[in-house]
Design a protein around this ligand. Sequence first.
Ligand SMILES: [Zn+2]
Length: 200
Amino acid sequence: MISKNLIEVNFIVIHHSAVLNSEKDPTSINQWKSILKNHKKEFSKKFPWSISPYHFGIGKKGNIFKGQDEDFFCIHAGDDYYNFRSLAVCFLGNFNIETMNDNQLNSGIDLVKDLMKKYKIPFERVLRHKEIVSTDCPGKNFPWERFSNRIVDIPQYKYDSIEYAYKLGWIKSLHSPEELVDFGNFLTILKNFYKTIRGD
Ligand SMILES: [Zn+2]
């Protein structure tokens, strides 16, 4: 029998619940309760201590639900290496269909930033579920660019410039804009800039 304790917290894994938020459930509390209920039904025999597939859930109004205790692992990643080494954060909703409102996004950003600080987890170890196994979780509409840029604490003025350059096609990605640009990348940006102003 494996221990219920996490080996160590090395990663944070981001999920969506893949269940559509309902107008009748403005804080997503009913959805959260049914997630816990279904989880218990499935796992109570094998892992009686396991009360939730996630450590945290984030509801539609930005309210945070506490799931499994942070010392225990969750069965969430579809890969035991990550199950034993990660915290699971779930945005409630189906973000293949719906889009995320700012309350839910901002609250998730605050939570993940706190966890990164608490467990000394760098940005590279905050993973979307789909980076671990073949899945579309956390959904094609998950605002990953906005989310990832905010959790690395880029000053707003830099973020504005980066986003502007991205929208104009001068740079191909918003990812890791704190990375140093080497000379080749710099020339590529210049070339893209030049092509844009010439209207090629
Ligand atoms: Zn997932």
